[in-house]
Write a protein that binds this ligand. Sequence first.
Ligand code: ZN
Length: 215
Amino acid sequence: MDIEQIFKNNQNWVNKKLGVDPDYFKKLANGQNPDILYIGCSDSRVTAEEVMGVKPGDVFVMRNISNMVSNLDLSAMSVIDYAVSVLKVKNIVICGHYGCGGVKAAMESKDLGILNPWLRNIRDVYRIHREELNAISCEEEKYRRLVELNVQEQCVNVIKTADVQIAVRQGRLSVHGWVMDIGTGKLIDLNIDFEKVLEGIMEIYHLDKDEIKSK
Ligand code: ZN
C-alpha cells in the first residue's frame, strides 16, 4: 500500500461523506458517545470497524497483540477506565481471532525478546487451562481453543478491574467474548457463562469502593 494512495483514498472518503451529509464532519467534531468498547488484536486482517459494520463514533477501540488486558498495561487500564467511567459504554467486547500469530507464538518455545513478557500472559492462559488443552490431540484444534480461552481470560481480566465490577453490579455494563474466524469472516459470540467461569474465584478479586473507603 502506497502512502500517497492513502491520502487520495482519504480525500475520496471525505467527498463521499460530504456528498451524503454536508454537516457530517461538523457533527463528528461535536464529540463521541460510543456504546461499545472493543478490545481486539492488532492483526491487520481484523479491522474492528469494518468487521462490525459500524461508523466513526460508534465504537471505542483498543488493539494490541492478541487482544490482551494486562493490569500492568497503563494503556489498557486507561482505555477501560475512560470507556466505563467517562464514556459510560454499555458493552465491552474482547475479540480474538483464529490464526492469531501472538497465540501461535505463545504455543511455541522460542525466545522472542521483548515479546516474551507479553506472550507470557498467553502462556499463563495455557497453564490455567492445561488439562483441557493437553487433552486435545489435534494441534490446530488446540490452537483454536487457546484463542478462545485467551479471550475468556482477558474478559476475566476486564471484570477484575474496579470500574467494571461496579458498572456490572449496577447493571449498566456487560462483557462479551467473541472470536473472528478469518477463514469465513464471521464473528462468533463465545457466549461465555461468566457466572460459571468466575464461580469460586470472584471473591478473590471482588472490589468495593465503599468497603475500601470505610477501611
Ligand atoms: Zn492476532
